[in-house]
Design a protein around this ligand. Structure first.
Ligand code: CP
Length: 341
């Protein structure tokens, strides 16, 4: 694939760089900074389309997209489904709970089965880290990681970056990237694929990232990834431009990681009083689903001028449209993206 002429910011990519050379979207860790920016730029056209009353493109007409979800989801599954449909594709959802996985079929056999149905893209969410990469090795079409265990959730990080870019631009700040921004990610860092993907994405875009959690919920050695590590939430919030809250992922916990939800809220919950001690324009983010009254209070989550949580959801559809569009370009024979297979 070569640099895409359609990107409004193609000139700022490195000379000779390919806009997006990957067949699959498995993690932010595999992506260069200019590839992240390319996907964010590509998503802008879909933000604009999604804000119109008629939200339809036929870019992916005739293609079949399979969403195979082995874990529960509201935002990611629905936004991938909406994204595919708005691009004109046929979209099929496979929920593991109603599939032959329940009869003992393996992940590999499931992947081979989906491949035999000649899907043009497969979107996978799975509870095991690395499962999406395993499936990518077994199928002929692009695979998009919709969250794999504690590893990565790349489209979440991309949509978060797009939401933040829009919020900063509305404030009149130049937000091509996040140089100069200090972003706190607070919560269950240990079990969070969102934290990992966001750390990689935000750092690639120039932000300073602070991770804040109780010691039991902070991965050992995470400093090596370049993050500033905090146990004291108030200290982490001092001078922060953005705070991203994460829920406690109790479904991934074996044993007790916190003394009680009440104590956790006292030390790590984002309350209005705590936010008031930060900068007066600190933005609030949360990937959802939220546990109101635990990691975030309603009073904060619903703050119209500070919370961009619903904006994150809006951007999720646009980012997933961009990813589906870009990853299927080669198969569709889009000019400049190589020959159709
Ligand atoms: N943020 C996120 O992945 O939400 P869902 O689990 O609802 O998809």
């Amino acid at each position: 694939m070569t640099r895409s002429d359609t990107s409004p910011h193609a000139a700022r990519y490195p000379a000779g760089a390919q806009a997006f050379p990957h067949r699959d979207l498995l993690g932010i860790g595999q992506m260069e900074r200019h590839e992240i920016l390319f996907l964010l730029d590509e998503a802008e056209q879909w933000v604009a389309l999604n804000r119109q009353s008629a939200k339809h493109s036929d870019a992916l007409a005739g293609l079949t997209i399979i969403n195979a979800f082995f874990e529960n989801s509201t935002r990611t599954l629905l936004s991938f489904e909406i994204a595919g449909k708005r691009l004109g594709a046929d979209v099929v959802n496979m929920h593991a709970a109603q599939s032959s996985v329940k009869k003992g079929e393996t992940l590999i056999d499931t992947a081979i089965t989906l491949n035999a149905m000649r899907a043009d893209a497969i979107v996978i969410r799975h509870g095991s880290s690395g499962a999406t990469g395993l499936i990518a090795d077994k199928v002929d079409c692009p695979v998009l990681n919709a969250g794999d265990g504690q590893h990565e959730h790349p489209t979440q990080a991309l949509l978060d970056a797009l939401a933040l870019r829009h919020a900063l631009r509305e404030r009149g700040e130049s937000a091509d990237d996040f140089t100069g921004q200090t972003i706190v990610i607070c919560g269950d860092i240990l079990h969070s694929r969102v934290a990992r993907s966001n750390l990689l994405c935000l750092q690639a875009l120039g932000a300073t990232v602070r991770l804040c959690a109780p010691p039991a919920l902070m991965p050992v050695g995470i400093e090596a990834m370049g993050a500033e590590v905090f146990q004291d939430f108030d200290a982490a919030l001092d001078g922060a431009d953005v705070v991203m809250m994460l829920r406690l992922q109790t479904e991934r916990m074996s044993g007790q990681f916190i003394p009680s939800a009440r104590e956790y809220h006292h030390l790590y919950g984002l309350t209005k009083a705590r936010l008031d001690k930060a900068k007066d324009d600190t933005l609030v983010m949360h990937p959802g689903p939220m546990n109101r009254g635990v990691e975030i209070d309603s009073e904060v989550a619903d703050l119209i001028d500070r919370s961009i949580i619903t904006r994150q959801v809006e951007m999720g559809v646009a980012i997933r449209m961009a990813c589906l569009d870009v990853l299927t370009r080669r198969a569709r024979g889009v000019e400049g993206w190589g020959e159709a297979a």
